[in-house]
Design a protein around this ligand. Structure first.
Ligand SMILES: Cc1ncc(COP(=O)(O)O)c(C=O)c1O
Length: 404
């Protein structure tokens, strides 16, 4: 039987909570979604949270709200999933791609520094595989007086912040920490993904976690977002069902990307038992580390440092001294042994949509260096120790069959 890559943990507890939501008489945004938002806020330690139907739509609305559009630039790493850049394209702004660090898969602060221009409105830092970017240095950079002197705000919100906004693409990093601070509270605003393959899932879903300086009123931001993600309606469907409360207004056209209570029902259970999920993932990472430590060709991923601890989302193994095509052959051989693996990620400049827009792979050598020999291994709560050993054997045998 095939060992899957990242199946969701669906058991009786999840089924019971989803069933309860289905039978409750209210299945779209309602009490479970509100509870889920509160639980995320208290888990992450940020100021307010808005649940949405995906990372992508949350980020799209966020860029719109912040007033990012034509003529603006948003800096992001070339090494990320296409969603991180697609939302910038849809906002009308220009994605400014930069390279990553030699030691991890995250955005290079030096490269960000060089890419800042008077048009830069935001930085989207991506916590690849769940390992947090260096937010301390990124915040220092956007607050630096020289960098600040370039900043040209174009609306009230941007003027209020008075600098480039630091956004975290935390799609992978729910539960990660840096200097004791959890993902969701490391940047001005963070966006989580609760897609089916993520550490914490709601089938599809996401959350925007706001942690702007205190001059911003986070209760007001929460209210504004509840409206923005529901067509701009100043009352949600549940509020409208209350006696004498049917009339509503739309002051500005909004989007439609609210989370449903059916999704939140899964999320509530996932969050309640999230620590055991993280603990199991950590054990699996350590088992892989140990198993590959005596293989000369294995480059194991950084997941813990003095300041940061990963959420153990993806185990990004790399194979030294191979070509991209040898990596692909190894992947085929692993699949032939009934183990499902993956590649994270095809760098943005390799994708037709971004090639067409003039981005060139050769401009991001470290991104290529990390990508061309990378293989992501299965990591999930229900993966047994025995299966971990089967994965290791499949990888070792496959690498040997290609490079020896
Ligand atoms: C780094 C990164 N950002 C954003 C997304 C988009 O998330 P969603 O599918 O919830 O829109 C993903 C999804 O895989 C991702 O890996």
């Amino acid at each position: 039987m095939m060992i899957p890559f990242s199946p969701p943990r669906i058991d009786k507890r999840v089924v019971d909570e989803v069933t309860a939501a289905l039978l409750s008489g209210w299945i779209t945004t309602g009490p479970r979604t509100k509870q889920f938002e509160k639980d995320i806020t208290s888990y992450c330690g940020n100021k307010t949270t808005v649940a949405v139907n995906s990372w992508t739509m949350g980020m799209q609305v966020l860029l719109h709200w912040w007033g990012i559009g034509e003529g603006d630039e948003v800096i992001l790493p070339a090494y990320t999933y296409c969603a991180s850049a697609n939302v910038i394209v849809h906002s009308g702004a220009k994605p400014v791609m930069v390279d990553i660090n030699p030691d991890d898969f995250n955005i290079s602060i030096e490269a960000v520094k060089k890419a800042i221009t008077p048009k830069t409105k935001a930085i989207i830092a991506v916590d690849i595989a769940g390992y947090p970017c260096d937010y301390g240095s990124l915040l220092e950079l956007v607050e630096n007086s020289e960098v600040n002197s370039l900043f040209k705000p174009s609306n009230e919100l941007q003027t209020k912040l008075g600098r480039i906004v630091l956004i975290s693409d935390a799609a992978h990093s729910f539960g990660a920490t840096q200097k004791g601070i959890r993902a969701g509270a490391m940047a001005d605003i963070s966006s989580f993904s609760f897609h089916a393959v993520k550490n914490l899932t709601t089938a599809e879903g996401g959350a925007l976690c706001f942690n702007l300086p205190d001059i911003f009123n986070h209760d007001e931001i929460y209210k504004e977002f509840c409206t923005l993600i529901l067509h701009g309606q100043n009352k949600d469907a549940l509020a409208k069902t209350q006696k004498g409360n049917w009339r509503y207004d739309v002051e500005e056209p909004g989007f439609k990307c609210n989370m449903t209570d059916i999704q939140a029902a899964i999320g509530l259970i996932e969050l309640e038992r999230y620590q055991e999920n993280l603990d199991r993932r950590k054990v699996i990472f350590e088992k892989y580390d140990t198993a590959f430590s005596n293989q000369k060709w294995a480059i194991t991923p950084l997941h813990t440092s003095e300041d940061s601890i990963s959420s153990y989302h993806l185990y990004q193994l790399r194979i030294a001294n191979i070509t991209e095509s040898q990596r692909d052959q190894i992947i085929q051989a692993i699949f032939d042994k009934d183990v499902s693996v993956n590649v994270h990620f095809l760098p943005l400049p390799t994708l037709t949509a971004y090639k067409k827009r003039g981005y060139k792979m050769e401009d991001y050598p470290e991104t290529w260096n990390k990508y061309h020999n990378e293989i992501s291994l299965p990591v999930y709560f229900d993966l047994t120790d025995e299966q971990v050993q089967l994965v290791v054997k499949a990888v070792v045998d496959s690498v040997k069959s290609v490079i020896e």
